[in-house]
Design a protein around this ligand. Structure first.
Ligand SMILES: Cc1cc2nc3c(=O)[nH]c(=O)nc-3n(C[C@H](O)[C@H](O)[C@H](O)COP(=O)(O)OP(=O)(O)OC[C@H]3O[C@@H](n4cnc5c(N)ncnc54)[C@H](O)[C@@H]3O)c2cc1C
Length: 550
């Protein structure tokens, strides 16, 4: 973290240099001395410091400066660094004005020029200012900063992307003073949010995920254009494949559209994964897997959406949204599934503004003391109910079935039953949503068609099953009627492999050298452990394909 700054501004360059020299002599070890020759230059420097999340301890400004007086500068500086101590440098003749300014700009001290010897006249004043500042400093903020509207889908998307990629960030709403300060420093207004300020102080206005990923330091472009193995999708299956592929000597790259972890990364607590008797959060498990893959030399790329697969001789070529491509000897498709949308009047317009698919853990603290509705009867909904019960006043679990028995694991049903603030609403469905700026009300109806009722709530989290997103494989890779990728025996049964002159390997798709692992595969088990296992198994089949299958 950079040292806190002491900034001095004087339009007379000789005086400005002299002040800075004296300050450096005494304070350079612990503070950065910044010098400016005009109020505007000083303000620009402060804006940059604000955006970089750095601290300013003391401001010294000359009273008489053209264009912007010392008082005007200190007043403007207060908008950026309200806790910095303010000192006005004045000539004897301006003493009266300086005294009056004490009230106007909340001046801490005025210092008469000349200040020599500094040991007597300058340092004692600055020492006192620094003591006062240290007692109530502004905190340095090394993280990425996001300024946005509380109820805004684009702001939520940015935060969700950062959170899922484990990029730590500070969130400021446009109502926060610090949020306003950052907007001022960036020369922007509330109309421009979401604003992202990177650790280096770079400002991004409503960035897309690809731009955001690059600017916060995630890797988005491959180091090479040809690999032994390309893994598409960074959930447990993809991460498993990357770990085994790279550790077994294959030049491996993993391409992930949004954030590694996939569905598992959104799970608040996975309790049935082997080796974690006390459970593990999806984010933790993912983080470990990601580090493990990188340790073995796999390249992990984020914000890389694959949009097409082509076969060119023995090469398998993957196309990205931006028109670039990457090629490999073999491919493992591990694109999993995505949440199915709940269709009800009004719901879509509140997506990201009260209605969320998945558990959206970024929102949990905001739910405190409020009623949260969760739709779905499977384990993912049960985990979310447990998770939100730590924050919400009451969690309402809405399920169409008469009970949870058929769809949820016994351990979760028991956990839910033991939490008095979780209420299960069986045989019920959500049939409408309503609100102004954000979700405010939900309409519930018994599935047998009884009377509707409206409840007040600003939070709805939806977990109603999922479907594969494999349209981009159309015409290239065989899929079943629901879009899941057919592999091994299913491909053999279709007779599509005959040109190959051998049976497809167990996890091999209808395209030789292209394998599928995890939830995207037809008839897969839809569990973290099986996805990881299939990722590992697919790698061993890749080896076999490379040696004898081509
Ligand atoms: C909330 C929740 C809780 C769960 N809890 C448990 C549990 O406790 N125990 C358990 O065993 N299972 C649990 N599951 C199920 C488990 O998470 C999944 O079975 C597992 O994540 C499947 O892994 P996967 O790698 O096949 O796919 P996914 O996890 O779905 O990952 C697929 C990845 O591919 C990426 N992708 C998709 N298309 C593209 C493309 N075109 N280009 C690039 N990337 C793409 C996606 O962004 C995603 O990151 C839970 C699921 C959810 C949603």
């Amino acid at each position: 973290m950079a040292k806190p700054a002491i900034l001095t501004v004087d339009d007379d360059p000789a005086v400005s240099r002299a002040v800075a020299r004296d300050l450096r002599k005494q304070y350079a070890e612990d503070y950065r001395i910044i010098r400016a020759d005009s109020g505007q230059e000083a303000l620009d420097a402060l804006k940059e410091l604000k955006l970089r999340g750095e601290q300013v301890a003391v401001l010294l400004a000359d009273y008489r400066m053209p264009n912007m007086t010392g008082l005007q500068f200190l007043e403007a500086a207060m908008d950026l660094f309200p806790r910095a101590r303010r000192v006005l440098l004045t000539a004897y003749a301006d003493t009266d004005a300086a005294i009056q300014a004490i009230n106007v700009v909340d001046l801490d001290h005025y210092l008469l020029k000349p200040w020599h010897p500094p040991e007597e006249k300058l340092y004692p004043v600055i020492d006192a200012m620094l003591e006062a500042w240290k007692a109530a400093p502004d905190r340095p903020v090394a993280d990425v900063k996001v300024v946005g509207h509380r109820w805004s889908a684009p702001s939520f998307k940015v935060r969700d992307f950062l959170a899922r990629n484990m990029v730590s960030y500070r969130w400021y709403t446009t109502d926060d003073d610090e949020g306003q300060r950052l907007l001022t420093a960036a020369g922007l207004t509330e109309a421009d949010v979401p604003l992202v300020v990177t650790q280096e102080g770079k400002t991004l206005v409503a960035p897309g995920e690809a731009e955001l990923a690059v600017q916060v330091g995630l890797t988005t472009t491959p180091a090479s254009d040809f690999y032994d193995l390309v893994v598409v999708g960074g959930g447990p299956a993809g991460l498993g494949a990357a770990v085994y592929g790279a550790s077994e000597g294959l030049r491996t790259v993993l391409l992930e559209e949004r954030a590694t972890g996939g569905q598992a990364g959104q799970s608040s607590r996975i309790e049935n994964y082997l080796g974690f008797p006390d459970g593990v959060s999806g984010a933790q498990l993912t983080d470990r897997a990601r580090r493990q893959a990188v340790k073995f030399g796999a390249e992990l790329l984020t914000a890389c959406k694959v949009t097409r697969l082509a076969v060119q001789g023995s090469a398998r070529v993957l196309h990205f949204e931006d028109g670039t491509t990457i090629a490999a000897h073999s491919v493992i498709l591990a694109t999993g599934v995505a949440y199915r949308r709940l269709r009800a009047p009004g719901l879509e317009q509140f997506h990201g503004r009260g209605v969320y698919y998945g558990s959206a853990s970024t929102e949990a603290p905001s739910c405190s003391d409020q009623d949260v509705y969760i739709v779905g009867g499977a384990n993912s909904a049960g985990q979310a109910a447990m998770f939100f019960s730590r924050y919400a006043r009451r969690v309402h679990l809405v399920v169409r079935a008469p009970n949870l028995d058929a769809s949820m694991s016994r351990y979760l049903i028991e956990q839910i039953a033991a939490v008095p603030t979780i209420e299960v609403h069986p045989c019920t469905e959500i049939v409408g949503a309503d609100g102004d700026e954000h979700l405010e009300r939900l309409t519930l109806r018994p599935v047998d068609g009884g009377a509707e009722r409206t409840v007040d709530s600003s939070w709805l989290f939806i977990f109603i099953g999922a479907e594969p997103r494999t349209d981009w494989l159309e015409g290239v890779v065989q899929r079943d009627a629901r879009g899941f990728v057919l592999t091994g025996p299913d491909v053999a049964a279709s007779g599509d492999h005959l040109a190959l002159g051998r049976d497809p390997y167990h996890l091999e798709s209808s395209v030789p050298g292209v394998f599928a692992a995890g939830d995207v595969r037809a008839d897969s088990v839809k569990r973290v452990a099986s996805a990881v296992g299939e990722g590992a198994m697919a790698v061993s089949l890749v080896h076999r394909y490379l040696v004898e299958g081509q």
